[in-house]
Design a protein around this ligand. Structure first.
Ligand code: SF4
Ligand code: SF4
Length: 135
């Protein structure tokens, strides 16, 4: 399977080891093409069969883990995904191993505008709500 090299891992986990990607019910697909243009050109998960006039899944492992934009957008409900519960285990591993925290800190370091400063009034309220724990 062809895969963009930078899409071969999900936060360090081999992307191919994660069950996540669209499937198209050919009987329901009317070939409108929305899913093809909905998916980013960086990922290009879908192709298009001009003969059948149907969308086809070309590179399912290029699909962003957890995304289901194309499923939501398909007016004919022709796209399905595995259960989101499939993602809980790898997500838990990422959180427990500290990978998420490290990536979060790096993201915030690069984008300090993402850091919300709590207003002093809210800090005061939190302190009042936690009487005895905040001095
Ligand atoms: S959006 Fe749905 S109906 Fe349209 S091409 Fe894609 S799968 Fe087929
Ligand atoms: S879920 Fe998102 S990334 Fe995956 S194929 Fe659909 S639009 Fe592309």
């Amino acid at each position: 399977m062809i895969m963009c090299s930078d899409l071969s891992k999900w936060h360090g986990i081999e992307r191919a080891a994660i069950e996540w990607g669209p499937a198209i019910d050919e009987d329901k697909c009317v070939g409108c093409g929305l899913c093809v243009v909905q998916c980013s050109e960086r990922r290009n998960v879908f192709g298009y069969d001009e003969t059948k006039r149907k969308a086809i899944v070309l590179y399912p492992n290029n699909c962003m883990v957890g995304c289901n934009n194309c499923q939501v957008a398909c007016l004919w409900d022709a796209i399905t995904f595995p259960s989101p519960s499939e993602l809980k285990k790898p997500a838990r591993d990422l959180v427990d191993s500290g990978v998420v925290r490290r990536e979060l800190e790096e993201r915030l370091r690069r984008n300090p505008n993402l850091v919300m400063e709590l207003p002093s009034s809210l800090i005061k309220k939190i302190c009042e709500d936690q009487v005895g724990t905040c001095h």
